[in-house]
Design a protein around this ligand. Structure first.
Ligand SMILES: Cc1cc2nc3c(=O)[nH]c(=O)nc-3n(C[C@H](O)[C@H](O)[C@H](O)COP(=O)(O)OP(=O)(O)OC[C@H]3O[C@@H](n4cnc5c(N)ncnc54)[C@H](O)[C@@H]3O)c2cc1C
Length: 413
């Protein structure tokens, strides 16, 4: 039996430590924070969307980068096994809209408690306030780690190390990219790290006037400078003080994060996607005919949620006080076009501080997909967001962490 150090007590690290200890190994779990799973606490707005109840095959469709690399990991510990694991460890789960799985209690803390109990039952030695500062190797094989605890640097010899230090998003939770530096220093390629599932910044500053406004069912179409369509989906959008967010735009960020690095992108919002142009025009005409002496700004107020009306009126270029019987057919048609193609310019993404995940990471070509072991350093394993894998929202990123952590822990031998 081996002495194994798991670096990072997040989702992947806790699961890796569990799987490894269940094989009978002596496992040390080193976490630099004062507690385990600091990021897990804030997932799913504190409720922890811990996986998705979809068919296993559909998990891969939700994974954006390197889904094939994850085949073994996911089939070894799939989304149903994850649910069973939590049920069996005192955290019953429920399925909500879109297959999202949450603890019945709606408390992420129960997910962490289940893992902590499982780790304690297996005798995993948990070291908190313990920041790993180096990985020791000899002849391309693991020798141990160096870590700081109580301002003192200590060595911990080990025959295997499972690196689970996460990505770089929400660095306040401890995910500051330490593992990428270790992997890099041991000869691994790190695919460029960029924020993903992150809000956009827009050129237009009027978004500030509607900040906090959520539009439930809009269509977002994003094109690049050459007119190539990069994203076209329906969903919920949220205006923020600097741009646009909400599930629709977070998903968009995961699709266009390379393109936006090259230059601004055009976003067209269809605010009335359920209506054809003709239907929308008829509706406007009806409003106008019923009250021909009404001012334009008042006549269209029923079309939009409160704060959006003045913005749309301004964008239309039509005098807000104009009587609707003075509005020409072409002005009306241009307004219909504006409602179904509201233009915004996406000029960038917000930073890692606001990103749900990190795109990029340890190049999966240098990792054995059946074991999660490095192909360069014997006894070095990787799991979780540190790897160049990421997925949409819906519980898929945690599923990746559980599956890769489990597979790595299982394969230390
Ligand atoms: C706001 C928010 C909400 C989210 N909601 C969801 C959701 O509902 N569902 C979902 O599937 N995904 C969600 N995610 C994504 C998900 O949380 C991550 O993908 C997942 O936590 C990654 O797990 P990990 O173990 O790889 O990394 P992390 O959870 O980031 O854990 C890494 C751990 O390593 C520790 N560490 C780092 N360096 C060192 C070091 N040198 N020494 C010791 N310890 C170290 C860190 O302190 C940290 O605890 C959310 C993310 C955010 C930011």
């Amino acid at each position: 039996m081996k002495r194994v150090v798991v670096v990072g007590g997040g989702a992947a690290g806790m699961m890796a430590a569990y799987a490894c200890a269940s094989q009978g190994h002596t496992v040390y779990l080193l976490e630099k924070n004062e507690k385990l799973g600091k990021k897990v606490y804030i997932t799913g707005k504190g409720r922890c969307n811990l996986t998705n109840d979809c068919d296993v095959e559909d998990l891969f469709k939700a994974i954006l980068r390197n889904p094939k690399f994850l085949y073994s990991a996911i089939y070894t510990f799939d989304n149903y096994q994850v649910q069973r694991f939590f049920e069996e460890n005192g955290c019953p789960v429920k399925v909500e809209r879109g297959g999202r799985v949450f603890p019945v209690s709606d408390h992420a803390s129960d997910v962490i408690r289940a893992l902590e109990n499982a780790l304690k039952n297996l005798g995993v030695k948990i070291f908190l306030h313990s920041k790993v500062v180096g990985i020791e190797t000899e002849n391309n094989a693991i020798k141990g780690v160096r870590f700081q605890k109580d301002h003192r640097e200590q060595e911990l010899p080990a025959e295997a190390v499972i690196l689970c230090t996460g990505g770089r998003s929400y660095p306040s939770t401890g995910s500051t990219g330490d593992g990428h530096a270790f992997a890099d220093s041991l000869g691994h390629t790190i695919k460029p790290l960029t924020p993903s599932l992150v809000p956009f910044v827009t050129k237009e500053t009027f978004v500030k006037d509607v900040m906090g406004l959520a539009l439930k069912n809009v269509q977002a179409t994003i094109t690049d400078a050459s007119g190539k369509k990069l994203y076209d989906e329906f969903g919920e959008l949220l205006f923020t003080h600097f741009g646009v967010s909400g599930p629709l735009m977070l998903s968009a960020s995961a699709k266009v994060n390379d393109a936006i690095a090259k230059g601004p992108l055009s976003l067209k919002l269809n605010l009335k996607p359920a209506l054809s142009k003709e239907q929308l025009d008829k509706r406007l005409l009806r409003e106008f005919d019923e009250n021909p002496n009404r001012q334009f700004k008042n006549a269209v107020s029923g079309l939009f949620p409160g704060k959006l009306t003045p913005v749309m009126v301004k964008l239309s270029g039509i005098n807000p006080d104009k009587k609707v019987n003075e509005i020409t057919k072409s002005m009306r048609e241009a307004f219909v076009e504006l409602i179904q193609s509201m233009p915004l310019t996406l000029i960038g993404l917000r930073g890692f501080e606001e990103a749900i995940v990190t795109k990029g990471g340890v190049d999966v070509k240098q990792v054995n997909p059946s074991t999660m072991e490095s192909k360069l350093i014997h006894g070095l394993f990787f799991a979780g967001e540190l790897l160049d894998v990421d997925a949409y929202t819906g519980g898929f990123n945690l599923q990746i962490a559980w599956s890769t952590g489990y597979l790595a822990g299982l394969n230390v031998e």
